[in-house]
Ligand binder design. Structure first.
Ligand code: CDP
Length: 783
């Protein structure tokens, strides 16, 4: 695939510009950074899930050679930094002062000349704990006499965090009364972890002369973090510089502020030298933002013909010891109320309760828009179960109930306006690709031969691109995003963004948008993100919001500059502006294509030969607050074969048809989909963070927390449809999270379809061999 000679506009699969750096080992990650005089920090973590701290003895640690300081909660409290606000307006202990509330919680930190000295000294800190009973599930949290976890909070009498509702309760109840059939699914979306390849970390460097704090950190949202730091520490915001260098995967894990960042910054401020903190793998898995942990019950009401009448859902959310989800303040359960999915359901009622437990705080939206993954999983599982229960084909049942193309823009039962969709079309592409009709006959044949095999479908609808500042905010900050485009005299450009790539290829795709809109080849557009001293303010990259929001900002700023280019071209060509035509890369006089000025000539003139009275230079900025979210969608179809002797599930086929509107770079989109389908596979079949009754975290390393490799992952067969977003300037919708959101239900539905002849209606993820084998044994069919 040629790249250098291509213009690199929208729709071209140019190679990723950033990959040259990564493939040559020239990436610049936090742990690569070495500053003069830099110290290292190691954090002491609680071995207990719930315990009162009686005393902390740091004397032996402090006496070790190379140790510069030992920081405790008490010291942090003297600087009013023992607690910090979370992104959900709760508070979280930075270093524990009174109690520890989850295993792995930060208790003290050692700052030393080397990492090894810091870790050795950390092991000499003696903490005297009074162990308390641990609460490890919402059921345990609400039980009579449950230990009170958040006794630090005034007025907190139990472990309940929030109750939240959406939809119309009365109308929904009435619809259920008239239903011919009600199908119920109770399922658990277990706690899993984004587990990015690079763990979290920072190098905090507070200049003792100027007071300027430069914090190099793994952050998906550097500007928002700068504002939070300013509010927490009281430092003037212009004296805080957050730099997110290359990031080795984020998936939501790198959105929150973790105590390690705050302690390292405070230590640098107090000591006057840079301090580096890098998590190890276990620290990342046990203490940073987990995902999911939703216990969900869904009821779907149907009429006698299989038409959906109403949906009723309740969920209990296990939020861990501190409510630290990153989500808009208006939606306590994130975007869970998008649970009506792709279906025209006249009424719905959703309730959610959040609980504190003695587990790590979170959960983050792991490759997800604020809990839409859990919602999508529930509705897609419920729909397949309903089809199986009423004996209707799962594809036909979906088609009967899909929101039809002519219904868009469609207002859902919980009040969300879906922008565009062609759900049946995407499903048809998937089913054709799969050879569905033949495959169904094949399944029948195989079942007659005693084989256990099944087909699973998920026709998800996503909601990405937070997103419309009136509804979406983080701690009150409206979720717009930004692009600043500066074109140099020779026509080469610098595009700075409020977003921050963690491997999604922004340096390529955002340059392609400029290439399309302003005609400067993508190779000539350098894209820079992640430095708050240089980039315009933005809310960062998560929830697949970069293309819907910052991509739109890029198109808009390019168009602003194209308007200026038209004026300069008119001046150069001695023509009226309205007599000029734009063709990508040049303006020409209508009817005289040879009387033209290229964008490069025009930009040069912006510095050398301007129309009278025009401001010099060629640069602009645009802050884009989207009018709505974008709603990508698709159909995923999976075929599984199950070994009766072992319960092992083999994915024979996986067809994934995605519609994310206009694709900026189809190759990058496919890469995003491959990655997300692999993560969905891992969640469906392998990954689990669980806890024993004492709150010990099981799943704290990659021997226990199983990530899929190329060996386990199925072969993906991709397809596409294109339904542009009507409100996005390019018609593009986000895509990054769709495969992680949509695929788990498809995988599990295939297993449930395979086991449906034996009366099995649910197996909670991860669907491991032993769970499948146990289910088969219950039905008396194991070999
Ligand atoms: O916010 P994040 O970058 O994670 O998600 P995204 O907006 O879905 O974009 C992921 C990558 O896919 C980016 O490089 C996008 O520009 C690219 N993409 C694309 O080429 N066309 C789309 N319609 C959507 C995303």
């Amino acid at each position: 695939m040629a790249t250098v000679h291509m213009h690199g506009g929208i729709g071209e699969s140019i190679k990723r510009k950033e990959d040259a750096r990564f493939l040559h080992g020239k990436g610049n990650y936090i742990d690569d950074l070495v500053l003069p005089g830099m110290l290292h920090m190691a954090i002491l973590r609680s071995p207990h899930a719930h315990a009162r701290i009686k005393s902390i003895d740091t004397s032996a640690a402090a006496a070790k050679p190379g140790v510069i300081a030992v920081v405790t909660g008490e010291l942090m409290a003297q600087h009013k930094l023992a607690w910090m606000p979370t992104l959900s307006c709760d508070t979280q202990a930075v270093l524990a002062t009174d109690k520890v509330r989850f295993q792995g919680q930060e208790v003290a930190a050692v700052i030393a000349e080397s990492k090894y000295q810091a870790e050795d000294a950390r092991d000499l800190i003696v903490v005297d704990y009074d162990i308390l009973p641990a609460v490890t599930s919402p059921d345990a949290a609400k039980a009579e006499g449950a230990a009170l976890i958040r006794d630090d909070k005034d007025g907190q009498k139990d472990n309940h965090i929030y109750h939240w509702e959406s939809g119309d309760k009365d109308k929904t109840q009435a619809a259920f009364k008239n239903a011919a059939k009600v199908v119920r699914l109770h399922t658990f979306y277990p706690r899993c972890h984004p587990a990015p390849m690079e763990t979290c970390g920072c190098v905090a460097d507070v200049d003792s002369v100027t007071g300027k704090a430069t914090i190099h950190m793994t952050s998906q949202a550097p500007h928002a973090i700068r504002t939070v730091f300013a509010l927490v520490t009281g430092l003037p915001e212009q004296n805080i510089r957050i730099i997110s260098p290359d990031i080795g995967g984020g998936f939501g894990n790198k959105v929150p502020v973790y105590p390690g960042y705050v302690v390292a910054t405070a230590a640098s401020l107090l000591i006057g030298r840079p301090v580096k903190w890098i998590e190890d793998r276990t620290e990342n898995l046990i203490s940073t933002g987990f995902a999911r942990d939703f216990h969900m019950t869904g009821d779907l009401a149907l009429d006698e013909n299989g038409k959906m009448l109403a949906l009723r859902v309740h969920l209990d959310s296990d939020n861990g010891a501190f409510f630290a989800d990153a989500q808009p303040t208006k939606f306590k359960a994130g975007l869970f109320h998008i649970v009506t999915g792709s279906y025209d359901i006249p009424t719905a009622h959703v309730t959610a309760d959040g609980y504190y437990t003695n587990k790590a705080p979170g959960g983050v939206a792991y490759r997800c828009s604020f809990r839409v993954t859990e919602a999508s999983y529930l509705i897609e599982r419920l729909v397949t179960n309903a089809a199986l229960e009423i004996g209707m084909d799962q594809a036909d049942f979906r088609k009967k109930n899909f929101i039809r193309p002519e219904q868009f823009p469609y207002t859902s039962a919980t009040g969300w306006v879906y922008d565009s969709g062609q759900y049946s079309k995407a499903m048809d592409v998937a089913l054709n690709q799969l050879g569905y009709d033949e495959l169904k006959k094949d399944v029948e044949r195989r079942r007659k031969n005693g084989e256990v095999t099944g087909i699973g479908i998920a026709s998800f609808t996503e909601v990405v691109g937070a997103g419309h500042g009136a509804d979406f905010d983080i701690l009150g900050l409206r979720m717009f995003d930004s692009a600043e485009l500066r074109v140099h005299p020779t026509g080469k450009a610098m595009l700075r963004m409020g977003t921050k790539s963690q491997g999604q290829g922004h340096e390529t795709t955002f340059a392609q948008i400029v290439a399309e809109e302003l005609g400067i080849p993508a190779a000539d557009v350098a894209v820079e993100e992640g430095d708050t001293d240089t980039a315009p303010y933005g809310l960062g990259t998560y929830a697949s919001r970069s293309t819907p929001v910052a991509g739109a900002a890029t198109a808009m700023v390019s168009r602003k500059l194209r308007d200026k280019a038209r004026k300069i071209a008119a001046h150069l060509l001695e023509a009226a502006e309205e007599d000029l035509e734009w063709e990508r890369g040049k303006f020409y006089v209508k009817g005289s294509p040879n009387r033209a000025k290229t964008i490069q000539e025009i930009v040069f003139a912006a510095y050398t030969n301007l129309p009278e009275g025009m401001e010099a230079g060629f640069e602009g900025v645009h802050y884009y607050d989207p009018p709505n979210m974008t709603y990508p969608f698709g159909t995923y179809a999976v075929v599984v074969d199950i070994d009766k002797g072992t319960g092992q599930v083999k994915v024979r086929r996986m067809v994934a048809v995605d519609d994310c509107g206009v694709r900026i770079n189809p190759m990058i989109v496919e890469g995003q989909i491959h990655g997300g389908l692999t993560e969905g596979f891992g969640i469906a079949f392998m990954e689990l963070i669980t806890f024993d009754d004492e709150g010990n975290c099981i799943g704290s390393n990659f021997m226990d927390y199983l990530l899929p490799t190329a060996w386990e992952s199925p072969k993906f067969e991709l397809g596409e449809t294109v339904t542009p977003s009507p409100h996005h300037p390019l018609g593009a919708k986000g895509v990054g999270e769709s495969p992680t959101v949509g695929s788990p239900a498809a995988y599990v539905n295939a297993v449930i379809d395979a086991l449906s002849p034996y009366g099995v209606t649910n197996i909670d993820m991860p669907v491991t061999s032993d769970k499948v084998w146990t289910a088969l044994r219950g039905a008396g069919v194991t070999e």
